[in-house]
Every structure is written in structure tokens, then in C-alpha cells.
Design a protein around this ligand. Sequence first.
Ligand code: SAH
Ligand code: SF4
Ligand code: F3S
Length: 450
Amino acid sequence: MSETPQKRLYIKTYGCQMNVYDSERMADVLRPLGYGVVDDPEGADLVVLNTCHIREKATEKVYSELGQIKLMKERKAQAGGRMTIAVAGCVAQAEGQEIMHRQKAVDLVVGPQSYHQLPELIARAHRATGERLSTHFAADEKFDALPAERQVKGVTAFLTVQEGCDKFCTFCVVPYTRGGEWSRPPEAIEDEARRLADQGVRELTLLGQNVNAYNGGGSTLAKLVRRLAKIEGIDRIRYTTSHPRDMGDDLIEAHGDLPELMPYLHLPVQAGSDKILKAMNRDHTVESYVKLIERIRAARPDIAMSGDFIVGFPGERDGDFEKTLDLVREVGFASAFSFKYSRRPGTPASAMTGQIDEAVKAERLERLNQLLDEQQKAFNAGQVGKLMPVLFEKAGRHAGQIVGRSPYLQAVHAEGAESLIGTIVPVRIESAAKMSLGGVLESSAVLETA
Ligand code: SAH
Ligand code: SF4
Ligand code: F3S
């Protein structure tokens, strides 16, 4: 029987997986103070918005959400209660005090490296004395001060191993919001991974803004992955996001010989024109990217490639954009994310000449998405008839259905008992859509696990 939490904590997460991980960790920090997570902000004692600054739209969403939360805070106050509003994440880091000026209902602002200070910041907000803003950069302090205990639900978990970025792509805010590259020591990561495995986690996704630049304790990501793969119970390992320039030979090799390392790689390229890549300060060319993929595919021929793309970067002409389409055709992506360039204050690209019209960006994005969608559908359709090991994660939408993931990160639906959740089962794929696959459990597997 679970106790009713004394205090209600609502956390809303925007942005990347690093924020998803951080939100879980904020809940861990607050649990000993009597906060239990709820899924409705109305009436909550503490509302945390864990924000993203990457594109203008992401930032604006936060302010409109704050407008809604403010009304809830007023309703709660009228009823004699108190709601505390905290803004965390990358908008907190980038805009700091300004947030409290723009939305007076906000009680405190906490940057991504300061979550261990949440209890103190909340106490100060309640006493209405002292600083209610903490945005200093010291990633090591953060991880040392977070509780070792992590409560997770489910069979897959994120695990942050690296934070920050020193690459300074000219369009990107991350180096400013998350600070420089920093890696956690391998011992601390292994310890966290073991605790997760003890709670039933079978698949780890190692996270970092530049996860393949991981160098904790003089190690490499490949060494770390091999170390974690030995942990009893951990059967699958993924990692994201990688930079082409940090893709080490040993990591490529690991894709070839380590069965726990899943054949899926998110390796953003951003654009297909060398002129644009140079202006973006990406430090790779189209050719070096293509060669790199060839080497990865030589090690692991069935690897599913994923990427990020930006269209309408300043100075991008029609011919440059066509080269992005050419590159997509040449590589073939199993999935991808594409964005219209968004001008971010303080980044070098925002001051460049040759900013592109919104209508042109929209048209390019549509063309690119069309091509990427076709590739994704074709990739999924190519799995029909195959037998795949699926890690089942949860019950499906209708009774008797369970949902899991293929090695290539595709969602797979099948009819099966909920007792199969948390197990890896061979599934014969029978149908494919853009976002998911459908299949039937191989009968031998049903017999074995019945
Ligand atoms: N560290 C990762 C991801 C960073 S953010 C990497 O290097 O790839 C995720 C994606 O958001 C980026 O890959 C990029 O495609 C996109 N992005 C970042 N800044 C952007 C901007 N100003 N406008 C549009 N898209 C942007
Ligand atoms: Fe941003 Fe570039 Fe760093 Fe990725 S590598 S986080 S895109 S600056
Ligand atoms: Fe957004 Fe910050 Fe992640 S800007 S994408 S939440 S690192």
C-alpha cells in the first residue's frame, strides 16, 4: 500500500532527454522532503517547469504555460493554500532573474547544475529571504550532491554520463546553458547502473550533450559501455547524442562486437553543404560524415542511422539545401529530426547576414520531412517478415496488447501477456507504419515464458 504523499509535486519537462533525466533526479531530491509526484498541476504544492531554450518556440511555450500555472496559484491562494512555482532547465540558465521579472508568480529559478540546491531555494522562497536564483556551473557538485537513491518505474532508464558542450556550433545555445563538457567518473555511473538493474531496468540509454566525447577518469564511451554491459540484468545499451567528430574507433568497434550495444545511432549532421557546415562551425564535412558512416556500417551493417537537420541557416541557398537532400538520399536514415533554423539571442549565427525568410524555411522543411518520412517508412517496411528480439516495456492501448522496442528503437505492438513486460521476446514482424511495427510472438517464446 502506498502512503499518500504529504506534498504534491508537479514537474513538466520540455526539451531533450537530459531534461527527462534531470526531472527524475529533482523528484529524488524532493522525495525526502515529503514531495510525491502528481500528474496534474492544479492544486499542487510545488510546480517545476524544466525548460528548454533550444528554439524560440520552446522558450515561448514556457511563458505561456507559466500564465496558466499563475492562475492555478491564485486559485490555490484563494482557497487558503500555497503553490510554489520553480523554473528549472535551460531557460532558467539563460534568462535567470529576467524570468521572475517577466512572470511575477515565479518563486525561484534554478539552473541545470544546481538541482541539489532545490530544497534550500524552496525554503528561502517560503521565508521570502535570501537569493532565489541559482544558476552557477559546477556539474561535479551537482552529481556528488544528488542522492544515490533513484526510484525508477519501468524497464528502460536514462543515465546521464556527460554534460555540457564545448563545440560552439554557431546556431546553438547549449554551450551557454549547460556549460563546458564534463564527464562523470565511471565508478559513479556503474554504481547508478547497478542500482537501476536491481530495480528491474534492462535497457540503459546513456545521455550527454556530446555523449561520445565521454572521457570520465580517462576512459572512453566505448570502455564505459563495455563495463556497463557486464552488469547482470543490463541487456541493452544505447547512447545519445553523439557528435560526428567524437566518434572514436573503439566505439565503432564496439558496435561490431558487443551484443548489448543496440544497432541504432543518432549522429546529427545538420546540413549537406560544406559551406553551411563551415558557417555552423560543425568541424566535419559532408565527405567526412559519409566516410564515417561507411566505417560504422562496415562494423555493423544493419545499424539504423538517425540524425538532426537544420534548414534555413543564414546564407543557405537553394543549391545548399539541395545538397542536404542529396546527403539524406545517400545515407538513408531510419529516423530523423528536422528543424527550421531559429535565431537565438547571443549566438554567432543570430548576427550573421543572409537570414532566411520564414516561408522559405517552411518550404524547405516540408520537402526535407517528406523525404525523411519516406525513408522512415521504407526502413520500417523492410522489417516485415523478420524475427526480432523485442524488449517489452508496457501494456498497449487495448486489452491483451503489449508494446516494446526493437533493437532499432522502433515501437513494436503484439498480442501478449503482461507478464512478458521486462522480457526480451522474439517477435515476427507482420506490419509496419511510420511510427511503429506490429507482430506476433514467436510461438516457442510464448511456450517458454507461459
Ligand atoms: N548535442 C547535440 C544536440 C543539441 S540540440 C548535437 O550536437 O547534435 C538538438 C538539435 O536541435 C540539434 O542537433 C540541432 O539540429 C537543433 N538545434 C539546435 N539549435 C538550433 C537552432 N538555433 N535552430 C534550430 N534548430 C536547432
Ligand atoms: Fe549544440 Fe553543437 Fe554542442 Fe550539439 S555540438 S550541443 S549542436 S553546440
Ligand atoms: Fe533544450 Fe537544454 Fe536540452 S536547451 S535541448 S533542454 S540541453
